[in-house]
Design a protein around this ligand. Structure first.
Ligand code: DGL
Length: 273
């Protein structure tokens, strides 16, 4: 039976991706799951992020989903490869789990004239080197400079993203990135939370530097994927419906989530175990 597309994040960030999926692929049904009770993932070990993400993927499969998008860079960096190569063949060979790193790496080089790009993400994403590895496949001449921004997710999750206190941490990480190379002319926000800080980041950017967000890129890539894989597309239900779940408390999720998603939502609690 056709089922919704699963969209997963450690917390709220994946809603910035879901917003674009809904815009570009409005007829599909989506189930969103935020593992808010265990967020943030960005500072957790490889094993922990892998275990949590696998639990989430199993939860989506139990809801009947045949296609799951890890709308979280940290989970994509630390868990996706193992899930695709080790778990899926055993658990559910006909189901698919996709991430956000490859679609972003496929196009990022096109935004840069200097062929020097910056990647800003969580500690987990940056330490995994996933972007450097993926970008080398698509843009071998591209020079990649990375900066972990461990304070940005807590600022965003606590609603401090447009307050003056956030300025210090925005400037600090941008300075650290441009210290690595003053010629960087495109920066990827490689964490699905960061679009909430976009206005502030822009206000500190040197002129001419492009800020690249993932939402539209991931949605465009998924749209092409569904055309190229009709066998998966036909397993996706298409009634334009949305459902939201959180592993934490639904009322506070609803309040925060509307900021990330841009409209009011209703959420339910779920346990993953
Ligand atoms: N939204 C997640 C990402 O894209 C990170 C948030 C977290 O640290 O849990 O990496």
């Amino acid at each position: 039976m056709p089922a919704p597309i699963g969209v997963f994040d450690s917390g709220y960030g994946g809603l910035t991706i879901l917003k674009e999926l809904k815009k570009q692929l409005p007829t599909y049904d989506y189930i969103y799951l935020g593992d808010n009770a265990r967020a943030p993932y960005g500072t957790r070990s490889f094993d922990t992020v892998y275990q949590y993400t696998l639990e989430a993927v199993n939860w989506f499969f139990a809801q009947g989903c045949d296609l799951v998008v890890l709308a979280c860079n940290t989970a994509s960096a630390k868990a996706l490869r193992n899930i695709q190569q080790i778990d899926l063949p055993k658990l559910a060979p006909g189901k698919r789990v996709l991430g956000v790193i490859r679609p972003s790496a496929e196009v990022l080089g096109n935004f840069s004239h200097t062929q020097k790009v910056g990647i800003m993400g969580t500690q987990g994403t940056i330490q995994s080197d996933s972007y450097t590895i993926e970008l080398a496949k698509f843009f071998p001449a591209l020079k990649v400079f990375q900066q972990a921004c461990p304070m940005w997710v807590p600022l965003i999750e606590n609603g401090e993203y447009d307050h003056p206190g956030a300025d210090y941490f925005v400037q600090q990480y941008l300075d650290a990135l441009f210290k690595q190379s003053a010629d960087i002319d495109a920066i990827l926000l490689a964490c699905t939370h960061y679009p909430l800080l976009e206005a502030k980041i822009r206000s500190f950017l040197p002129p001419g530097v492009k800020l690249v967000e993932q939402g539209a890129i991931v949605a465009e890539s998924l749209s092409k994927y569904l055309v190229a894989h009709p066998e998966i597309d036909q397993k996706c239900s298409k009634n334009g419906q949305l459902a939201f779940f959180t592993t934490d408390e639904p009322l506070s999720f609803e309040k925060q989530a509307s900021l990330f998603f841009g409209q009011k939502i209703e959420a339910k609690h779920t346990d993953l175990a």
